[in-house]
Ligand binder design. Structure first.
Ligand code: NDP
Ligand code: GDR
Length: 337
């Protein structure tokens, strides 16, 4: 039986990955932050809260990292914990750097010292591509991050590569494009949309307030992406891989797909700060732009080329963006019954 440790096990990806590893027969350990009430909702929703072993763990604390790596006889270490909200990273840039950048080298150095045979996964991100340098983006595309989050993740990415090359650690980075699910955090745009639309469809009146409607993202389903993470660590040789669907969609189109799932028929009016959407059937205003949600610097276009992952890992996204928007809208609508 293999043993894995997952940082960020209470997050979207951590909970799906824990489920996948349990299905594969792993003993699964995970790190949870010491807060007044540890957030295990997602693990409970997936029915696995009592099958994983949770440990108090904060990436800020170097001694926590050493303790865990010394204590658990692990084969695989998945580093999924992060201050993961791009928008917040301008508010807490130093904290974001501590957790998303500095903690990565602390883990790598502890692994090198205490458990060099363990395999390591780093959660890198398409946010590292930032300002468009190449379309579609692949493993070799130059990086140009546009947020404190993106900048911190670039450090995490390169230090993972560096420890692989310097010390021969089996350390891989997954450069994952946006992936979503019914378990997505409520501040991310997809879930904010599907939750807001579900409330409107159940009789609510409050329009959803959004920022940049023209940004384009390559959205896939989180369940597919955690399978890709696992496959990376099963390779004989560690490497970096893009995981993406290869399709890019505006925020506006994602909104439309989710609204259609709930039987709405949208009329779009205005542009920029004056843009709105109204449901023709109910006459309700369902969306208005609020510039408060604009970012100081934006990533306008993400579209990934996952052909390396397809060729070497046999990985391919199985859910398209319409299916994803529908799945999330339906889940939020049903949960409000
Ligand atoms: P979530 O925000 O859902 O989960 C983040 C997890 O990190 C939570 O479990 C959170 O704990 C934990 N965490 C945050 N800060 C700390 C800390 N200081 N110490 C220990 N744990 C901490 O993110 P996702 O699951 O969506 O993403 C997983 C990883 O993948 C992240 O690193 C993210 O940056 C990266 N990524 C995500 C993509 C996506 O589209 N989802 C795409 C590319 C990369 P708590 O529950 O207590 O808040
Ligand atoms: P992102 O996801 O920044 O790509 O990071 P998010 O859903 O926050 O934003 C996507 C795009 O939507 C635009 N947008 C809004 N975003 C939010 N959150 N709220 C709004 O009201 C809103 N209106 C418009 C944003 O400007 C942006 O262009 C996610 C995270 O999971 C990261 O951790 C991960 O690394 C990347 O995906 C890949």
């Amino acid at each position: 039986m293999k043993t894995a440790f997952i940082t960020g096990i209470t997050g979207q990806d951590g909970s799906y990955l824990a489920k996948l590893l349990l299905e594969k027969g792993y003993k699964v350990h995970g790190g949870v932050r010491r807060i007044s009430q540890p957030e295990t909702t997602r693990l409970k929703l997936l029915g696995i809260a009592d099958q994983v072993e949770l440990h108090e763990f904060d990436l800020i604390e170097q001694n926590n990292i050493f303790r865990i790596i010394r204590q658990i006889d692990m084969d695989e270490f998945y580093n999924l914990a992060a201050q993961s909200f791009v928008g917040a990273s301008w508010e807490v840039p130093v904290y974001t750097a501590e957790v998303d950048a500095m903690a990565v080298v602390k883990i790598l150095d502890a692994l090198r010292t205490l458990r060099p045979e363990a395999r390591f996964y780093q959660a890198s991100t398409s946010e590292m591509f930032g300002l468009v340098q190449e379309v579609p983006q692949r493993e070799t595309t130059p990086l140009y991050p546009r947020s404190p989050y993106g900048v911190a993740k670039v450090y995490g990415h390169y230090i993972t590569m560096n420890y692989r090359e310097s010390f021969g650690l089996h350390a891989s980075s997954g450069i994952l494009f946006n992936h979503e699910s019914p378990l997505r955090g409520k501040e991310f745009v997809t879930r904010k949309i599907t939750l807001g639309l579900a409330e409107l469809a159940r009789g609510g009146e409050a329009p959803i307030e959004l920022g940049n409607m023209d940004a384009r993202r390559d959205w896939g389903f989180a369940g597919d992406y955690v399978e890709g993470m696992w496959r990376m660590l099963q390779q004989d040789v560690a490497d970096d891989y893009v995981l993406a669907t290869g399709v890019t969609t505006t925020i506006r189109d994602f909104f439309t797909y989710a609204a259609e799932e709930l039987g709405m028929d949208l009329a779009w009016e205005g542009e920029g700060e004056g843009e709105t959407a109204t449901d023709r059937k109910s006459g309700k205003l369902v969306m208005k732009v609020n510039p408060k949600f604009y970012r100081p610097a934006e990533v306008e276009l993400l579209i990934g080329d996952a052909s390396k992952a397809q060729e070497k890992l046999g990985w391919k996204a199985s859910v398209d963006v319409r299916g994803l928007a529908g799945m999330m809208a339906k889940s939020d609508y049903d949960a409000l019954a």
